[in-house]
Write a protein that binds this ligand. Structure first.
Ligand code: NAI
Ligand code: MG
Length: 344
């Protein structure tokens, strides 16, 4: 039984000493503030860094022969370059925030497509490169950043008008949204979800090629999610549609933002089919070819360094997407697993 004294004693709330936020949480909260607070974002842009694009082609700087890097130019330096070209420094305010959680320094992207490309390249000491070519030159974290910047700029360039009223939309300072003042609709940068799947029958994996792929390149099967579908439903439907097979099991692996030709959110999975039911019935409208590949063939294809970063080389007969594409990761994972099973 409780004593009278303890009943009369008022219960004070326990004092909790606030723990300092981890550096990751602090960075995320700061970036969140910049997204929502126009004034804070304008301030951050003054001293932030910029990735430059010309008509969506990113600026790269040569480090040494055949090796390039993604330069982050300081805002005051870009202002000086614009001054030299007789351009209004206000162009800088069109920069869009790329929230990159691995660094506290806010990074922005800016398209200078209405300026003379050659003069910009000379003054910046770099070259504007097609995004796919840039992917071959950069490290994986750099490709992620450059892809995100291009996707954001493309979204702004194509969402200048409200789809309900046809009136211009207005962006916030960070570029995280556009609002239609007449209809009140808020638009956010969009991605289309896509399932990408590497099908296996236990011994071989199935690789396909679309007519639009470069010569000799084969990849995992991919397809856009229909509205209302789950990841699992899209995966089963796409495999049935493209190669006429029924999936037995599936396993999620990883995801990736893919900027080409428009922003897709790639959800990568492994799937198996019954080894007695592997006959491919190709949908020729979607795929030019699909083939079951042995571990040896896949290991050889993973070794091919193609496309090369200099044009004109003869394409190899059979190769798979480069390391920056999530298709490569799926194929590598399958090969690793098969090798592991063979060793057992
Ligand atoms: N990062 C990677 O490793 C890879 C990325 N991909 C990407 O996956 C995406 C989808 O692959 P596909 O086989 O082409 O898809 P898919 O098999 O669904 O076929 C494309 C067709 O789907 C229709 N479609 C439905 N919703 C669409 C939407 N939101 N946007 C565009 N078209 C839509 C169109 O008729 C289009 O022609 C492509 O953008 C491709 O670039 C594909 C393979 C590897
Ligand atoms: Mg497809």
């Amino acid at each position: 039984m409780q004593s009278l004294r303890s009943l009369l004693k008022p219960k004070l709330p326990k004092l909790v000493t606030p723990q300092p936020l981890s550096s990751y949480v602090s960075r995320i909260r700061y970036l969140m503030k910049l997204k929502e607070d126009d004034e804070a974002c304008r301030e951050a842009l003054k001293s932030g860094s910029l990735l430059l694009y010309h008509k969506l082609a990113p600026l790269l700087q040569k480090k040494e022969k055949g090796i390039y890097q993604l330069p982050r130019l300081r805002t005051p330096d870009v202002k000086r370059i614009l001054e030299k070209l007789g351009r209004d420094k206000k162009l800088i305010s069109e920069a869009v925030l790329i929230s990159c959680p691995e660094t506290a320094e806010p990074c922005f992207c800016l398209d200078v497509g209405d300026l003379q490309k050659n003069s910009m390249e000379q003054l910046c000491g770099g070259v504007f490169m097609d995004l796919r070519t840039a992917f071959l030159m950069l490290t994986v974290p750099e490709t992620t950043l450059v892809a995100k910047g291009q996707a954001l700029l493309r979204w702004h360039q194509t969402h200048g008008f409200c789809s309900a009223t046809g009136q211009p939309t207005v962006r916030n300072q960070s570029g995280s949204q556009r609002v239609s003042p007449n209809s009140g609709i808020t638009y956010y940068p969009q991605m289309a979800p896509v399932v990408i799947v590497l099908v296996s029958d236990g011994n071989r994996c199935l690789l396909g090629r679309q007519r639009s792929f470069p010569p000799g390149m084969y990849s995992a099967l991919a397809g856009f999610c229909d509205l209302g579908e789950t990841l699992e439903e899209t995966l089963r439907r796409e495999v049935a549609e493209e190669v006429g097979l029924e999936v037995d099991t599936l396993q999620y692996s990883a995801s990736q933002h893919w900027p080409i030709p428009q922003s897709s959110f790639m959800l990568a999975c492994h799937a198996t089919v019954n080894p007695d039911k592997t006959q491919v019935v190709l949908n020729k409208a979607e795929l030019e070819d699909a083939r079951w590949c042995s571990l040896e063939e896949v290991l050889a294809a993973l070794q091919v360094k193609y496309p090369p970063n200099k044009p004109g080389a003869t394409p190899p007969g059979f190769w798979v997407p480069h390391g920056f594409a999530i298709a490569h990761r799926l194929i590598q994972e399958w090969a690793d697993q098969q090798q592991h099973l063979e060793k057992k």
